[in-house]
Design a protein around this ligand. Structure first.
Ligand SMILES: Nc1nc2c(ncn2[C@@H]2O[C@H](COP(=O)(O)OP(=O)(O)OP(=O)(O)O)[C@@H](O)[C@H]2O)c(=O)[nH]1
Ligand SMILES: [Mg+2]
Length: 205
């Protein structure tokens, strides 16, 4: 089904007239794992970002360990759009990663078809909250490992699955959030997963 995703220019593509099914996807994960970057790289419209510059006032509050080069942070959410085919459109919501904004998450999940949990293996603990909330809501999700260049450890997906205690049925995929095709592959994995779950449910008497 993934191959149906149309190749569209990166910005300001008008929504097709035939578009009738909008599917909401959220991108969650810890602080600075690349959620905004992913929404930006795959969106076919200029994405809405609510980025604020991190200032001295955030020292001691914003957790910048491991992401020293980061200068902005999401304070509400990111919003982008990608067309799966002529009729189906994904609406992407990137969640804010910092703990002080996590109260927004539960509302963001309402009406969500599925979620991408972005993981930075250098700061794996930050992924727990996202996985916990999604399991609580019963939202289908996939785990995408955003490989940063300076991650020397380079854990395998199996090792990461074990570390996160993820059941076998949760799909995992490597990605580079900066690369459009890589981000699209993540979304295709999620949509395929949701589709498989839905057909399995239909088959159950
Ligand atoms: N090297 C490398 N840098 C990345 C990658 N993905 C994101 N970045 C950079 O990492 C920084 C953090 O990315 P963001 O997209 O702002 O992270 P976020 O998850 O939205 O952060 P919050 O909203 O503050 O939680 C940015 O400077 C990105 O350019 C990646 O795959 N590799
Ligand atoms: Mg962000």
């Amino acid at each position: 089904m993934g191959s149906a995703i149309s190749e569209l220019p990166a910005h300001r593509t008008p929504l097709a007239d035939a578009a009738e099914t909008g599917l909401k996807i959220v991108v969650v994960g810890g602080f600075g794992v690349g959620k905004t970057t992913l929404v930006r790289s795959v969106s076919e419209i200029r994405p809405l970002n609510t980025e604020e510059v991190m200032t001295e006032a955030g020292v001691g509050i914003d957790e910048t360990s491991g992401v020293a080069a980061k200068s902005t942070t999401t304070v509400a959410f990111d919003f982008g759009r990608i067309s799966l085919n002529d009729t189906m459109v994904l609406y992407l919501f990137g969640a804010p990663g910092q703990k002080r904004f996590w109260f927004l998450w539960d509302r963001l999940f309402s009406g969500t078809l599925g979620a991408v949990v972005l993981v930075d293996t250098r700061r794996m603990d930050d992924s727990w909250y996202a996985i916990d909330r999604l399991e609580h809501h019963g939202t289908p999700f996939v785990v995408a490992v955003n490989r940063f260049d300076d991650d020397a450890a380079h854990h395998s997906l199996d090792e990461i699955r074990q570390a996160l205690a993820l059941p076998d049925h949760v799909p995992m995929i490597d990605c580079d959030a900066r690369v459009r095709q890589s981000g699209k592959d993540v979304l295709i994995t999620l949509v395929d997963h949701v589709y498989t779950l839905a057909t399995a449910q239909e088959a159950t008497p």
